[in-house]
Design a protein around this ligand. Sequence first.
Ligand code: RFL
Ligand code: PHB
Length: 389
Amino acid sequence: MRTQVAIIGAGPSGLLLGQLLHKAGIDNMILEQRSGDYVLGRIRAGVLEQVAVDLLDRAGVGARMHAEGLPHDGFDLAFDGARHRIDLHGLTGKRVMVYGQTEVTRDLMDARRAGAAVSVYEAEHVAVHGFDGTRPSVEWTHGGKRETMQCDFIAGCDGFHGVCRASVPEGAVQLHEKVYPFGWLGLLSDTPPVSPELIYVNHERGFALASMRSKTRSRYYVQCRTDEHVADWSDEMFWAEFRRRLPAETAERLVTGPSIEKSIAPLRSFVAEPLRFGRLFLAGDAGHIVPPTGAKGLNLAATDVGYLYEGLVEHYRGSDKALDAYSQRALSRIWKAERFSWWMTTLMHRFPEGGSFDRRMQHAELEYLIGSEAAQRSLAENYVGLPMD
Ligand code: RFL
Ligand code: PHB
């Protein structure tokens, strides 16, 4: 068996790369360790930058996103019991699209099925070989049978815990990591969003975020400790905690209901450098993690894929210039998003070790933000997404 590009992982990075390559006539196969239903059951990102929207359009999967997604022109920062709007569109001329990662994934899966491109779900013991030479290959077990596929390139789109980064010799990769002393407890419910735009709340009991998936489905988060378990949080406890962190007038309008999903995500910043090892390329969460506060993870995954796609297309047209530039181009954008996500996380959360000085600094920065158009413009420019250079 042979393919041009073997893609490991059928999350948004792997599926988007597969679809873009398929449209460009480049043969590829996707190996995913989980089932399709499992992948669709993970509730994650909700906010897309314009560059991610453009890439999904280029992949030919934008129709439902444009019909059902919610374009947002701004969001609110809340602290000291009051809300302050950041006018994204007024400050940058751009907006973001609220459309869940689950829906992006579903659209990409549907398109892949329609294009009859090969995907193997529930592929066990995936292994990547020979990427430091000219004849890479991938191996996996499916239905008890060991299979091998030769390829030109391997795309490691297998997330933070994947096999690709772990297969690179230790000395060839440098890892940069920061783990935050808290997590996010998220709840999804079929209740109307408490506000038509997102609200990021800095509260003395900890951060809270009011987000949504549609006009009838809410996605809410509260900062929690890293040693907490979802099972210890009843829906009632979640709603009571979330309500306490909202400004009073907003809390009055909160509609509660049974949860459809509840989960805890730890927060970390992480970057692997470089992102290329011979004929193996890392993209998305396989190469980097951002804390979700800046809503950048899925967007970075999409832009990595955009750069990699350009490189692969040019390779098959006879030039390796863009492929050789992949790691450096992607990392330049990644580090800026890492900085923004770290900054917004530091600004909005309660740090268990933080003393009164740290809290005063947060407060001064929030006050500065709401009083300075220059500061708001910088926040807005990063939130809507920096351009793909
Ligand atoms: P994924 O989605 O983790 O997919 C990787 C896939 O690889 C598979 N895999 C393997 N397959 C074969 N063999 C192996 N050995 C394998 N090991 C792993 C996995 O099963 C999986 O299917 O990575 P990808 O595609 O790079 O996508 C990244 C995004 O999922 C992630 O960055 C975002 O969800 C982050 N994120 C957000 N990003 C945004 O842009 N905007 C947001 O609003 C936003 N909110 C969030 C988020 C992430 C969150 N959590 C839970 C971490 C909110 C949360 C709560
Ligand atoms: C979400 O809707 O899940 C979401 C939105 C904004 C973020 C993080 C998560 O910053």
